[in-house]
Design a binder for this molecule. Structure first.
Ligand code: SF4
Length: 324
């Protein structure tokens, strides 16, 4: 994608932070939605390569190394996704989002087949690939670079936190040094990088969460996805929450730390998400995280109350990074 896009002046449009819809509006000149696609991947944190069982919050029972997803299955998922989204919105353009599991954990020819299949549909205008920091070998990054010359590409990396004790608690299977090393290699490529971060991990103080914010600001990715720790059925975390061993944040606490976090980020980082994506029937707790609209309103109200906005307390303003 061209790097000669104008900076988005989200403040003058009444926002307190840079929302994804303005970023997409700038890139595509229309509204687009992501279609979640299951490419049949598993995860090295599930299959025993780095750990067994996966992250403590991840319902990964459906992941299996033997899963094969055929071209026509991807086409069918796209068709279903587009039909569903068109019922709700009047949309013409969509982004293929390889979301469940670790979507770079496979041979290059599998990745290429999946990505080509998605992009051959003329209604698909971009590719988003979700993965972990220990699954981004240079050959995969080079391949993503090739796609980025023809279309919009974003690599989503689950960083979650910079604190090794928390990564260990969640059975992440890698430490912060791995994230640092991956960020060195994914930065300054032709595609965007978006980081996932979780707030409210057990044992993390506000100060620790803001240390993660400062590191994210230093990395200066294109986007960030933030959410509170929440528990879904069939996970170790659900058992820990039910047993009272893990306390999840209340909405008011989350809004405070979320506002603090966003104040620390440079204003050109897109805030792609501020709440989790749990299917209501699988959510164990907290119930408030199902109400996305209310979380957005609460955050905006808090930033207004503080007379604040994204970047207000950022120590890294002015880092050079052209929007991709
Ligand atoms: S890295 Fe992602 S896919 Fe793998 S177990 Fe953790 S949350 Fe699940």
């Amino acid at each position: 994608m061209s790097s000669v896009l104008a900076k988005v002046d989200w403040k003058s449009q009444g926002f307190r932070y840079f929302p994804l819809k303005l970023h997409y509006q700038r890139l595509f000149a229309t509204r687009v939605q992501k279609i979640s696609l299951d490419g049949g991947f598993t995860c090295p944190n599930v299959d025993g390569t780095v750990a067994i069982g996966g992250c403590t919050f991840c319902d990964n029972r459906a992941f299996s190394p033997s899963r094969r997803v055929r071209r026509d299955a991807i086409q069918a998922q796209i068709e279903r996704g587009i039909t569903g989204l068109r019922r709700r919105y009047k949309l013409e353009k969509f982004i293929a989002y390889f979301q469940p599991a670790t979507n770079t954990y496979g041979p290059l020819d599998k990745l290429k087949t999946l990505w080509d299949t998605a992009l051959e549909d003329p209604r698909i205008v971009g590719l988003v690939v979700g993965t972990r920091p220990d699954c981004v070998p240079d050959e995969v990054l080079d391949l993503l670079d090739e796609y980025a010359q023809k279309t919009y590409v974003s690599l989503e990396l689950g960083i979650q936190t910079i604190h090794d004790a928390s990564l260990h608690w969640m059975n992440r299977g890698h430490d912060h040094a791995v994230s640092m090393e991956a960020m060195q290699r994914v930065t300054d490529r032709g595609f965007e990088v978006s980081l996932h971060v979780m707030l409210g991990l057990p044992g993390e103080t506000s100060e620790m969460m803001l240390q993660t914010a400062d590191q994210v600001a230093k990395w200066n990715p294109a986007g960030v996805k933030l959410h509170n720790l929440y528990a879904v059925e069939r996970t170790p975390l659900a058992d820990q929450v039910r047993a009272g061993e893990v306390r999840l944040m209340e909405l008011a606490e989350y809004i405070q730390i979320l506002a603090d976090f966003i104040e620390r980020l440079p204003e050109q980082i897109v805030i792609e998400r501020i709440s989790g994506d749990a299917p209501p029937k699988n959510l164990v707790a907290p119930e408030w995280c199902l109400h996305k609209g209310s979380i957005i309103r609460s955050l905006t109200d808090e930033l207004v109350r503080r007379d604040s906005y994204q970047g207000k307390n950022c120590r890294m303003q002015g880092l050079p990074r052209e929007p991709s």
